[in-house]
Write a protein that binds this ligand. Sequence first.
Ligand SMILES: Cc1cc2nc3c(=O)[nH]c(=O)nc-3n(C[C@H](O)[C@H](O)[C@H](O)COP(=O)(O)O)c2cc1C
Length: 178
Amino acid sequence: MKLVGISGSLIGAKTSKAVYEVLSAVKALDFSVQIELIDLKEYEIEFVNGSPLSFYNDDTIKVVNKILEADMLVFGTPIYQASISGVLKNLLDFFPVDSFKKKVTGMITTGGTEKHFLVSEYHLRPILTYLKGTVPVNQVFIHNDNFDDDTEITNAGLKKRIQKLAEEMLSLQNSMKK
Ligand SMILES: Cc1cc2nc3c(=O)[nH]c(=O)nc-3n(C[C@H](O)[C@H](O)[C@H](O)COP(=O)(O)O)c2cc1C
């Protein structure tokens, strides 16, 4: 089983760290799961312009196909202007409806204000559901203050939430195989 994590930030390192924590937690629960982190700041993803996928640059084709080929996905985004990042929304615009059918699609967000802890529920969940992803009821929001040195997450409560998300993702994905 392949789990791909997508980090939707081109600026800092918090979102990619958060996504990596979910990948590691799933791997720790089931060592047979192959994990891969797609940090969007390492790729030149083009803007969706309506062309067939083959007309886009190599990075765009590579990232879209990696996501389509994954069994399970976790999307991480910084909160921007009370919503998801533009780069993540643009990436999601590449996928035809039904693309995430039979895939568990987890969510983890980072932000500067706790007031936006439900942004994933109102802005990301509807997109993933529209694409037929199975979205876990557990989602994680991490306030910037919970990152030590911009990268380490030490808060025990948050670690527990990440663990619960990982457990639910695995259990949902395993139930879909039957
Ligand atoms: C353009 C921009 C808009 C932002 N808007 C919000 C916001 O509306 N709510 C919020 O909680 N944080 C907001 N932030 C803060 C980021 O979500 C936060 O710093 C995040 O952890 C950055 O993640 P990164 O280190 O992966 O880039 C904003 C940051 C930027 C750059």
